[in-house]
Design a protein around this ligand. Structure first.
Ligand SMILES: Nc1ncnc2c1ncn2[C@@H]1O[C@H](COP(=O)(O)OP(=O)(O)O)[C@@H](O)[C@H]1O
Ligand SMILES: [Mg+2]
Length: 362
């Protein structure tokens, strides 16, 4: 392989294997090394049959592509690394000829694991759904806000005109409730765009949230840190990120205190993630933030819907905390997910690191 071809292949996020016309494996790019858990240096120069087992379908695909001198795609092609279980891939085999780019005659095999495709499809669906949700809520909030102003103003006028003091109680209720709804609508109409994007140190964000919650909850909860301090900065809006993490972590603190969990603790965890697909884009680097608590867990009857607006498991909850958090995270092209069981709940925020968009591959 020429250096230019190698450099190109090694940048791809899709796993690519180069096989020559004698069925000798010539190169695997890093994505293929990751996917197949093999080192290129160990397998380059070996025959396909020695490296892979159960590879009849792969051999047939290679033959077909060579014979017809055209690209061949198989939606579900299975083979195994010798000695390991079979894996299923969406494979494309493309013949290559000796040229200024390639110094072999052979084929490129692109492999995408099928499970990964299903996950991407699911994430795309969730992404679309939350976009639609957001749109609906914004329109609804606009429609409610306008008459609300009129209702409040009229109640205030009425309040001035009333001569029976005990009737003031009613106008006060109208005004207070109108104010509450107004505040709710304002939160739903929170700005669409990032206010002030800049380089953000995610640990500063977490430390701010930690100090707010420690002040609020005093000794009722312990907040531990498990940070990977080598993480790069991300590009985003610090205030939005603080609000997002605060909403997530406050839920954890509330769940812990309401259930009077003994030894209540929250863990803030940060890790680096690689090669992730977020909102249809593939990024080389991302940051994973986990907010973990040992409380009772998200009530199962609302678990499917917690990110929807107005869904709350608490009597006086607004059901907007997670909607807003998800909104802010997706404005950073990130994702917010969770897993929960009694004693262990983890909300995970994945945020892409700027300048790490991988070349369009899959
Ligand atoms: N860490 C957690 N542990 C248990 N339940 C949680 C946790 N995080 C969220 N929830 C549940 O999700 C619901 C929705 O949260 P949220 O959108 O912030 O609205 P609110 O806090 O106003 O109810 C909460 O009411 C709670 O039932
Ligand atoms: Mg909340």
């Amino acid at each position: 392989m020429t250096p230019a071809a190698l450099a190109g292949l090694d940048l791809l996020a899709t796993a690519v294997i180069v096989v020559d016309n004698h069925d000798v494996l010539r190169h695997m790019n890093p994505a293929a090394e990751n996917l197949l858990e093999l080192a290129n240096s160990n397998v380059a120069g070996q025959r396909v049959a020695a490296v892979f087992a159960d590879h009849d379908l792969l051999a047939a695909a290679l033959n077909y592509a060579r014979k017809n001198n055209c690209s061949f795609s198989e939606h579900d092609l299975a083979f195994a690394v010798a000695g390991r279980p079979r894996m299923h891939f969406n494979c494309t085999v493309t013949p290559i000829e000796r040229s200024s780019l390639f110094d072999v005659d052979g084929c490129l095999i692109e492999c995408r694991p099928i499970e990964q495709q299903l996950r991407i499809a699911r994430e795309e669906r969730v992404h679309d759904q939350s976009e639609a949700n957001r749109e609906l809520m914004r329109n609804l909030a606009h429609e409610i806000k306008n008459p609300l102003g009129g209702i409040r103003g009229a109640a205030q006028l009425l309040d001035h005109e009333l001569d029976k003091p005990d009737l003031h109680e009613y106008t006060q209720v109208i005004m207070k409730e109108a104010d509450r709804l107004q505040a709710l609508m304002n939160r739903l109409l929170a700005p669409h765009r990032m206010a002030r994007p800049a380089h953000v140190n995610i640990h500063e964000v977490l430390e701010r949230v930690r100090s707010v919650l420690l002040a609020e909850y005093q000794k009722a909860v312990v907040i531990e840190r498990d940070y990977d301090v080598s993480l790069p900065h991300i590009y985003g809006d610090q205030e939005q990120l603080i609000q997002a993490v605060l909403n997530i972590a406050r839920n954890a603190a509330q769940a812990l205190t309401e259930a009077a969990t003994p030894d209540a603790r929250i863990i803030f965890k940060t890790r680096a993630a690689r090669q992730v697909v977020l909102a249809r884009k593939r990024y080389r680097h991302a940051i994973e933030i986990g907010v973990i608590d040992n409380g009772p867990g998200v009530p199962p009857d609302i678990a499917e819907r917690v990110f929807y607006p107005l869904v709350s498991g608490r009597d006086n909850g607004s059901g907007l905390g997670l909607t807003i958090a998800q909104n802010f995270v997706s404005q950073h092209n990130g994702t917010l997910t969770f897993e929960s069981a009694p004693g262990h709940t983890c909300f995970t925020v994945l945020l892409p690191v700027a300048d790490s968009v991988a070349p369009a591959a899959a």
